[in-house]
Design a protein around this ligand. Structure first.
Ligand code: ATP
Ligand code: ATP
Ligand code: MG
Ligand code: MG
Lengths: 227, 227
């Protein structure tokens, strides 16, 4: 489902160039659960935003589901982003003017589902993240951890076959974190391909494959690596 | 240094009232290191924003350094916020139009320090958080964890006697988290009163006092409580 070959992403500003992602080769097969760990600033979010079609590579190639993303049209990319990919951002990026229900429903209305189906699925997801009584509130009326849970619910809305998750439990206590992990594991059991960036050893231990990023490079970690 | 008596904070929206902080009594003495743990949504950030003079209480009283904050003028509050209190927000709130150096220097220029002293102190703090080569970048050019470290450096700028910190290691790998904790512990050794909200057991175990919040109420945890 994911195939990166000699992929690099370089940030240039003033006279400094930061090689955030440095000649990475990565293959991820459908149905796998992969965790990526690595120090702060090692390139994890950058790698995820390239895989999530939010950023372009400077060098190398990226094939998603067998298609070379550099050859896809704008409409094809938008369709992939909306229907094939689910993305949980490290800092949520919830839309402040929309209620919690509207935030979760947005991906579904973009892909043309009926209002009835959207309402039902939204209520189901709110229940799963233990926030059913907060649907009418706005993101700034929720705590940090509650917003993180809404971001996870939104990413699951269209039941995407590939889920890219950046640090899903960073702002959660161990109980809430466990519940989010449960939810993601359930999706994985249902066939979703899961890629999670994390500092949480619990998640890293549950994954089928563990990889480590360091200064823009990606290393496949054997079982001896456990952080 | 901090004295709360029957303190409550209520959020009202539409027809739902959330009692985020519920009749809390709290005394913190100068030089103490207190950690507060608690589930997502239990009221930790709300309590910290009341203590940090960012939010007003609906009921009860708050004395900071012996002064009843409800009787202080706007100028006195601004002076307290700038010179007596250091605050690390859960989601950083760095200013996007300023460079990293300017973000760290801002509290010092607000309290009238000379440019020479500001430059020196800023370089010292950047060194302490391992970001000396990034001073000219902007917040959106740093990773999540790097931004968190800048937020800690900014809060230390004026060497405030009281430091309120909300979840300082949520987005950090264990090594970077350890380094931030070291930095805060050093400040505490130098006499700073430290209050940290956290889900990190390492921090909770290092604190002199541990408290737990649940549904807006604050419980003092004996040593048998360790999360
Ligand atoms: N502006 C607001 N309007 C309504 N409710 C609010 C508002 N801000 C916070 N709340 C509610 O008050 C409660 C306490 O929130 P708070 O942010 O203090 O929690 P927290 O303990 O910091 O949680 P976390 O660990 O997730 O950051 C939550 O239920 C939250 O939804
Ligand atoms: N817009 C940008 N301009 C310049 N450098 C950038 C930009 N965005 C990120 N970087 C740099 O690229 C490197 C990788 O950043 P990235 O956000 O991918 O790290 P990360 O592994 O997700 O870290 P964290 O665990 O702290 O979230 C960092 O050194 C960061 O400062
Ligand atoms: Mg990141
Ligand atoms: Mg909070």
């Amino acid at each position: 489902i994911i195939e990166l070959v000699a992929a690099s992403k370089i940030y240039r500003s003033d006279n400094i160039a930061t090689l955030a992602v440095n000649e990475i080769n990565l293959e991820i097969y459908a149905g796998e659960f992969t965790a990526i760990v690595g120090q702060s600033g090692s390139g994890k979010s950058t790698l995820l935003s390239v895989l999530g079609l939010l950023d372009k590579l400077d060098e190398g190639s990226y094939k998603l589901g067998g298609h070379d993303v550099q050859k896809l049209s704008r409409e094809q990319l938008a369709d992939l982003r909306c229907n094939q990919l689910g993305f949980v951002f490290q800092f949520f990026h919830l839309l402040g003017d929309l209620t919690i229900k509207e935030n979760i429903g947005l991906p579904m209305s973009l892909s043309g589902l009926s209002q009835k189906v959207i309402r039902q699925r939204t209520d189901e997801l709110l229940e799963k993240v233990d926030l059913s009584h907060r649907g009418q509130h706005y993101p700034n009326q929720l705590s940090g951890g509650q917003q993180q849970r809404v971001a996870v619910a939104r990413a699951l809305a269209n039941k995407p076959p590939l889920l890219l998750v950046d640090e899903p439990t960073g702002n959660l206590d161990s109980e809430s974190g466990e519940a989010v992990l449960q939810l993601l594991a359930e999706e994985h059991k249902g066939g979703t391909t899961l890629l999670i960036v994390t500092h949480d050893h619990g998640i890293a231990n549950n994954a089928g494959r563990l990889m480590k990023m360091h200064d823009g490079r990606l290393y496949s970690a054997g079982t001896d690596f456990r952080p």
